[in-house]
Write a protein that binds this ligand. Structure first.
Ligand code: PCD
Length: 794
């Protein structure tokens, strides 16, 4: 829709690799040929295969395990139980939220699908088959599946392993000023309350989780190939937990088939593969199947939110208040910065200039899988955006105001940035009105409203939904943010080889986002070396600097900053070498388009390639400058970045069946400086598709016995090209003032921003029937039910 820049060689654009043109992805030649190399492609000599026996029930005391028959099978090499792990001190492992999680059950099963025993056999099939030879006796206990009942006095206590535990309460956490907010609410003309539920969903990446552990008994080195979004963090935690010295652990994350938060945690399977390798002295591969992935690895969301919004009668929003019940499952294993047990939920004030806001979140245990990952979300930003955008729409309906107009009236204005919100964030930059107006222009908003009126008169159910979101991504400033005590900074190392080609080593881990391309573009922009001449090394702790990894859209904000700065450091060093080569003083040189030249005499200069060769040559270098054109940095960002966007969705609801068709979807994003427009577009398309999935079909539900009802792709539906429209995208560019190249994250924006637009559109479609709320997923059954007993449209 909106034209991208086309490179203009006359203006020297070929030296400005950021944002210009649609540079093809360097990793795609191997991916499109099926030549990617994933964990399951790894085959090591003598490799064995592991399989996990999982609990068939949600809550049960473990009475006995008999492994004799399994062990008697000639293809079985080892069977590991919780008791064996207890002997090694590994039956329990710390979670990323300072709780503990059972690696294998020792006392009690706490969710269906929990790990009970591990079989290591000669091949994958034998390992699987041998699971049936293990005899386990359970004493079934009543399960707790409804978070609303978790704090009832008669609720079964799930975590009786924790000393002195008599209830299922995990934490209470709050942000904002309660008293100030109450006062604002008391003085408001209008208060609208609504319960808003974000159900449990699953990231469901194409590649499931797995590992190949290779422990060398001679030199004691563990090489662990893992589906990990954060290899360095995993290594350090492994060293702390398993007691293996850190220099003796190498974690390799090869190509990853999608992460979406699912590969942030350390799962029992990774630990079991490692123990299996130590016990058998041979490499052990463990790869979960789809049902194991859906049932036992990290879920997302599961927030029950009581929202309240206060405003004047002419539509000035004054305050927001919410009370949240967070279902964390059987172990508190959510991944987020330590200070924030509810993640970044306190950005729930959204894109609006409010007088006061207050949120309180209570976390509880239930008999469900643990996790609580930021599935395409910077730690609960998704829940926050969904809440505020549903509340703003509810207010618009109450005031009988157009939802676009209400938003435009309440946006934080450009001159208010950097904007301190009422719960402790400082938004870096934004021009919300501009982005909103562009989305309305692309949509033809007024025309759409006219069309809707006509259709309504004919009894058709057409809906238009808006969402305007602000995210907080790029965790984070080290002094405020850590995971298990590890500060959230990232390293980068850059070396320019003598022939002028370069290698940059980064601490983040691509899962499909295209880092091999975009990080080369950043170096290229700073040094003038073409992107194709820059190799990006990542995903191997033996070859890359320490850093906290890829999730919460932090690679560009944090690691991208590190890469820009390390390139500038190399450029500075190059200046001294160029000066020596040109027999002039460094301060007499000027940088432009990949070369240092003499001020006032542009014809005399040295390109990066000439300097690289000169550096290792025979010229005499100034003191303190060695001949290596390299540098390293660790970047601790001063703040997070705050990307935003305006989304408009048009739906048609079939009055007879309740089927929702997303007819149009307009997405205008602002992620500051755009490194690779094609990759950004792909990120947005993917996230929007995720949004359609969550809004219309995805849910991990449980029956009253605690059975997981979403354990396969027959039950857990994910969208295909059939269910999504042709996305209409546009963009505005408001650089981040503190990021070295002005870039903000984009990887999660569309997943965060799209569900409320779709649900708001559905409610808008159904509003002539008097429907004012509906919960995701808006399946035909749910929509149909919402329409029952209502007057037929005029
Ligand atoms: N970019 C550009 N520009 C700008 C920004 C960005 O270009 N401004 C680009 C980059 O470079 C990269 C991408 O784009 O390539 C993205 O980025 P970011 O936003 O920074 O992000 P990262 O960190 O890189 O990544 C992460 C994300 C996340 S987080 C998620 S979920 C998802 C997304 O990413 N995942 C995925 N996307 C994707 N894609 C793919 N393909 N795959 C995957 O898996 Mo979480 O927290 O984990 O839940």
């Amino acid at each position: 829709i909106v034209e991208e820049h086309t490179p203009n060689p006359a203006a020297g654009d070929e030296h400005r690799p950021i944002g210009y043109g649609r540079l093809q992805r360097k990793e795609d030649p191997r991916f499109v040929r099926g030549k990617g190399h994933y964990v399951d492609d790894i085959v090591l000599p003598g490799m064995l295969h592991g399989a996990i026996l999982r609990a068939p029930v949600a809550h049960a005391r473990l009475v006995s395990i008999d492994t004799t028959q399994a062990l008697a099978n000639p293809k079985v090499v080892a069977v590991i139980t919780g008791k064996d792990l207890e002997g090694l001190g590994l039956a329990w492992a710390p979670t990323l939220s300072y709780d503990v999680q059972a690696v294998l059950v020792t006392d009690k099963v706490r969710f269906q699908g929990q790990e009970v025993a591990f079989v290591v056999a000669e091949d994958r099939y034998a390992a699987r088959d041998a699971l049936e030879l293990i005899d386990v006796e359970y004493e079934v206990l009543p399960p707790l599946v409804d978070a609303r009942k978790a704090l009832d006095p008669d609720a079964p206590v799930i975590r009786d392993d924790l000393e002195g535990r008599t209830d299922n309460h995990i934490f209470d956490w709050e942000a904002g000023d309660a008293a100030e907010t109450d006062a604002v609410f008391a003085s408001a003309d209008v208060v609208v309350s609504q319960e808003v539920v974000y159900p449990r969903v699953h990231p469901a990446p194409m590649e499931t989780c797995g590992a190949v552990a290779d422990f060398d008994p001679i030199d004691g080195k563990l090489t662990l190939y893992e589906t990990s979004q954060a290899p360095h963090a995993h290594r350090t935690i492994f060293a702390m937990v398993a007691g293996i010295p850190e220099q003796k652990i190498r974690i390799v994350s090869p190509d990853i088939g999608g992460g979406f938060g699912n590969k942030v945690g350390i799962y029992p399977g990774y630990i079991l593969a490692t123990v299996g390798s130590i016990v058998t002295g041979r490499p052990v591969k463990w790869m979960e199947d789809r049902s194991e992935n859906l049932m036992s690895t990290s879920f997302a969301r599961d927030y029950i939110m009581q929202g309240e919004i206060a405003a004047t009668k002419d539509g000035k929003i004054l305050g927001l208040r919410t009370n949240v019940l967070a279902d964390h499952g059987a172990f508190n294993a959510t991944a987020q910065p330590t200070k924030y047990p509810a993640g970044f939920f306190h950005i729930f004030t959204g894109s609006y200039d409010l007088q006061a806001a207050y949120c309180k979140v209570t976390g509880v245990y239930t008999n469900k899988a643990p996790g609580g990952v930021a599935y395409a979300c910077s730690f609960r930003v998704t829940e926050a955006v969904y809440l505020v955008e549903r509340m703003v729409d509810a207010l618009a309906r109450r005031l009988d105001m157009d939802p676009a107009e209400l938003r435009l009236k309440n946006f934080i204005r450009p001159e208010q940035f950097p904007y301190p919100n009422k719960t402790g964030w400082e938004y870096d930059s934004g021009d919300y009105e501009k982005t909103m107006r562009l989305s309305m222009e692309i949509a033809g908003y007024d025309e759409l409203r006219r069309e809707q009126e006509e259709r309504r008169a004919r009894g058709e159910l057409m809906g238009i939904g808006i969402s305007f979101f602000t995210e907080t991504v790029g965790a984070g400033p080290r002094k405020h943010m850590d995971i298990l005590g590890l500060g959230m900074a990232d390293g980068a190392e850059l070396r320019v080889h003598p022939t002028g080609k370069a290698v940059v080593r980064i601490s983040v881990q691509s899962q499909g986002q295209g880092h091999e391309t975009t990080f080369a573009q950043i170096v290229s922009e700073e040094l003038g070396i073409p992107p194709e001449d820059i190799q990006v090394v990542h995903g191997d702790t033996d070859q890359t600097p320490f850093g906290l990894g890829t999730y919460g859209s932090r690679s560009t904000p944090v690691s991208g900053g590190a890469v820009a700065l390390v390139a500038r450091k190399v450029r500075e060093k190059a200046k001294f070498i160029a000066a020596a080569m040109l027999e002039t003083r460094p301060e007499d040189l000027e940088w432009e388009k990949g070369r240092w030249f003499v001020k006032g005499d542009p014809s005399v200069g040295k390109t990066m390639a000439e300097i690289a060769l000169g550096a290792v040559g025979t010229i005499e270098l100034p003191e303190g400058i060695d001949g290596n054109l390299d540098a390293e940095v660790t970047y601790d960002p001063p703040n997070l970045t705050f990307p935003y966007g305006a989304y408009i969705c048009v739906v048609d609801v079939d009055p007879g069946t309740g089927v929702v068709k997303v007819r149009r979807f307009i997405a205008v994003d602002d992620c500051g400086t755009r490194i690779n427009p094609m990759i950004i577009e792909g990120q947005v398309h993917g996230g929007l598709t995720d949004g359609v999935g969550m809004a219309l079909m995805e849910i991990i539900e449980f029956d009253e016995d605690g059975n997981n009802l979403g354990g396969s792709f027959m039950d857990y539906l994910i969208p295909t090209a059939m269910e999504v429209p042709n996305w209409e995208t546009g963009y505005t560019v408001t650089p981040s003032p503190h990021h070295p190249i002005g870039a903000k994250g984009i990887g999660e924006s569309a997943t965060v921003g799209s569900p409320p637009a779709i649900v708001n559109a559905i409610i808008d479609a159904l509003s002539p029937l008097g429907v004012t709320t509906i919960d995701m997923p808006c399946t035909p059954a749910r929509v149909w039910e919402a329409m029952q007993g209502r007057a037929t449209p005029p």
